[in-house]
Design a protein around this ligand. Structure first.
Ligand SMILES: O=C(O)c1ccccc1N[C@@H]1O[C@H](COP(=O)(O)O)[C@@H](O)[C@H]1O
Length: 227
């Protein structure tokens, strides 16, 4: 089945909801502008109480390299997700697994002029071309939502995905228990990532998280192969 990452862990309870539901990875958000931002010390306190065999991911956006290094070491992160305008050079030579996130808008006109960025595209071809510059371990594609870097619960038009990326592909943006089985069937991603879709009142919800992972099981697919 597709790997599942639950993003935006804010409490120990959130983490255990994700883990007990069967998530393969959980993510802590260190993007200061995010409503899911967590202070690194608080994240560390949670992480040190967690059981093994779960990948711990840190989400960053245009954070200076030294600061990412500090947080990754403090929190014993295993994976870094770069969700801003990080360059190919910035994304190289980390001693952690790395994921570069791009955002895909449904149409060119949707993109506000002041938001043009090297991580924001309206065509799969352009995204694919840019991705070739990056030496990372996986790519994540999220929806474009004006004024936000991610975590908005908005999906993009999956039919725009046209051809494989060179590294494992994580689908994100507006996934929830009702649409993720179809998303997995259509897109056949390596993994799926969810924040809003498993929350109630800003906290991870056990029923939604379990329903999400059950639905991923129904969609199946890992690397495009049904297993
Ligand atoms: O979750 C956030 O608040 C966030 C903020 C800034 C960058 C990334 C963020 N989260 C990522 O957004 C996507 C999709 O979230 P959603 O399921 O649509 O709510 C996911 O990749 C998160 O890692």
């Amino acid at each position: 089945m597709a790997r599942v990452k639950i993003c935006g862990i804010g409490t120990y309870e959130d983490a255990m909801v994700a883990i007990e539901s069967g998530a393969h990875a959980i993510a802590f958000n260190f993007v200061r502008a995010s409503k899911r931002y967590i202070n690194p010390e608080k994240a560390r306190d949670i992480i040190l109480q967690l059981p093994p065999f779960v990948s711990i991911v840190g989400v960053f956006a245009d954070e200076p390299r030294y600061s990412v290094e500090e947080i990754a070491s403090l929190c014993r992160l295993q994976v870094l997700q770069f969700h801003g305008q990080e360059s190919p050079e910035y994304c190289r030579r980390w001693s952690y697994h790395t994921i570069k996130a791009f955002r895909l808008a449904d149409a060119k006109n949707d993109i506000a002029k002041q938001e043009q960025s090297n991580a924001l595209f309206s065509s799969w071809t352009a995204l694919l071309e840019e991705s070739q510059q990056y030496d990372v371990d996986a790519f994540l594609v999220d929806a474009y939502s004006p004024g936000a870097l991610g975590g908005t619960g908005k999906a993009f038009d999956w039919s725009k995905i046209d051809g494989p990326l060179s590294k494992p592909f994580v689908l994100a943006g507006g996934l929830n228990p009702d649409n993720v089985a179809e998303a997995v069937r259509i897109v056949k991603p390596y993994g799926v990532d969810v924040a809003s879709g498993v929350e109630v009142g800003g906290r991870k919800d056990p029923a939604k998280a379990k329903a999400f992972i059950n639905a991923v099981h129904k969609g199946i697919s890992l690397y495009g192969v049904s297993i």
